[in-house]
Design a protein around this ligand. Structure first.
Ligand code: ZN
Length: 295
């Protein structure tokens, strides 16, 4: 059995090793980029959003999105390299124009700078690898990774499951993903076997094309424009078609993929602490009100 003294010595050696290693944030980011897709797409959003790449890494965080609360928790844990899947500053390109004089933006940026954090967005490359790691994370969270992805229909973005009604699937999702909000469209008794999985906000075209594939009854997506895909599905249902839509919420649909990313980064950086910090669902409904926010 390991004595406490041996354990403490090992922890100290680990600490010394990490210090001596002096892993720069910029080098860590490069290594992460090589871990995923071979090359980022042109105009990639996978860039450093704030912080100095020369900063020595004390710990790594993965998260769906580096919210104010995620950043605070990272600082509390002593982690300074933040790997966020979605943007820090409220739009896809992290364009600051709208926010330069905005108090919320300024306070968030000041917090990052004050605590010498480095924020890197890992979006395009983690989706664009041979298998989409975010999608795989969602399948694993549901226990659906063992089911077939029919070839010829569209591969990894489709899955054939044992038959369940739409309502049963909705309840299963609610439980497995610990959801506070969930939105379902279609006949609750509709029997589902062929599911299209589109985590995130893939947009009208990808969502409709997915629903149009032969046999697909249900699209599970992160989010959709209410006046686009949602209304398309409403009309399809009204015409008597076996069509349904479940909107998980963007965070719920992609957080498991970033939890999986933390495991992958632990293998990539042995000896470096890698934490997954759950961003959590931003919205609530009266069945599950959040605790009052301290001011
Ligand atoms: Zn995504």
């Amino acid at each position: 059995m390991m004595t406490l003294r041996v354990f403490v010595a090992m922890v100290m050696l680990g600490g010394v090793g990490l210090q001596a290693q002096g892993l720069r944030a910029g080098d860590a980011i490069e290594k992460i980029q090589h871990r995923y897709a071979a090359a980022p797409p042109p105009n990639t959003v996978d860039t450093i959003k704030a912080g100095d790449p020369d900063t020595v890494v004390t710990g790594i965080v993965t998260t769906f999105l580096d919210t104010m609360d995620v950043l605070r928790e990272a600082v509390r844990r002593g982690d300074n390299l933040i790997i966020t899947h979605e943007p820090t500053f409220y739009n896809h390109q992290d364009d600051r124009k709208l926010f330069l004089d905005d108090p919320v933006y300024k306070e968030k940026l000041a917090f990052i700078e004050q605590h010498h954090l480095v924020v890197f967005r890992l979006h395009d490359e983690i989706h664009a690898d041979v298998t989409d790691h975010i999608l795989t994370g969602l399948y694993e969270a549901l226990g659906w990774e063992k089911y077939p992805h029919p070839e010829g229909v569209g591969g990894q973005y489709f899955v054939t499951i044992p038959p369940m009604t739409l309502e049963q699937i909705a309840r299963m999702l609610q439980e497995k993903l610990q959801m506070k909000t969930l939105r379902v469209e279609g006949d609750p008794g509709l029997m589902i076997t062929h599911v299209a999985m589109r985590p995130g906000a893939s947009g009208l075209e990808k969502q409709v094309l997915a629903l149009r594939k032969p046999g697909v009854e249900l699209l599970i997506a992160g989010e959709a424009s209410e006046w686009e895909t949602v209304e398309y599905v409403r009309d399809a249902v009204a015409q008597g078609r076996p069509t349904a839509l479940i909107l998980l919420g963007h965070e719920v649909s992609e957080e498991p993929g970033m939890e999986r990313c933390a495991k992958e980064l632990r293998e990539l950086f042995p000896g470096v602490r890698v934490d997954h910090i759950v961003a959590g669902q931003p919205l609530w409904n009266p069945d599950h009100p959040p605790a009052a926010v301290k001011r």
